[in-house]
Design a protein around this ligand. Sequence first.
Ligand code: ZN
Length: 328
Amino acid sequence: MEIEQKQAFEDLMKNWIPALSSYGTSASFTNDSEVRLIPNPNNSQDIPFRAFFSSGFSRRRELMERQRRTLEERKNKGLPPRWKNDGASCFLCDNVGQAQDVGDNLLLPFNAHPNHVLVPNRYPFTKSHILFCAKEHDKISRKVPEIISGEYLAAVIELAEKYGLGALRNHPRAGMSLPDHEHVQFYPHIISDSSGRRISPNGLEGCDLQPTEYGRDVCSVARTRLDTLAFKGGDSSIEKILGVLSRLEESNKIFTWYYEPSGKNQQHQGLFFLTPHKKEDADRTIGGGSPVYIVSARLGETINFVDHMKNLERHIFPRGMFPWEIYI
Ligand SMILES: [Zn+2]
């Protein structure tokens, strides 16, 4: 499985830099990206944060503003649109229009999936950062099951398994996301940190799974401070997962999920991790997560474990504190 995943991943990545360049993003954008482990100085049992340092990614807002100004200039000069939705206010609509009309940003053919496209993130936080992005913008506040459907989850799991990628969905109100245009972020599920150690970006090698009262296919995630459940079984658990997501959504709850693909020698694989949040992230500072959160940082910035954990704990339920029994 791992050899097949590695080969499939390498084949997919042959298109990644040309596709990234089609946005006007330099192929060297992620050259100075590195991930460092940030441990808790007061408790060695805590799983270190994964801090992604990248000069490009930390300039993301500035680059998006520049992108907006360039599009204004094109309009002022009366230049014709390059593709459908060229310069649309939602940058994912812009990506989809480019994928449909030109196709130079696509990692898989436009029709490989009926409702989604696979394209690089325009400003990747790390090499191989990909978006699986809905072809249609939506204004629907309840995404399950029309937007987050069984077919969608099955496609995400299939891609994650085929290419050995982790799949993360940030909730639109959890920060670091975009409302009204459904997308999942893919990135390699095992990477090298700045010391050359092979680590999981989501810290899964530090976690343990424990049984719950909700059945053999639902585990609680131990050795993380944040309340997360893991659903085993890939495709076979999709209906169960959709039921939980639907009930969370009906109660107006915010949640992050992450799918970890299967492979050898790792216990936390082929699992769907679900983390509910306490409240909206008004400052939009909470990045990717579930069960261990990823920090995006500027080069040279100091990340303090204790401060960052305090910020997370303001927004996310501590382990054991979420009333799962209402939703499962
Ligand atoms: Zn859109």
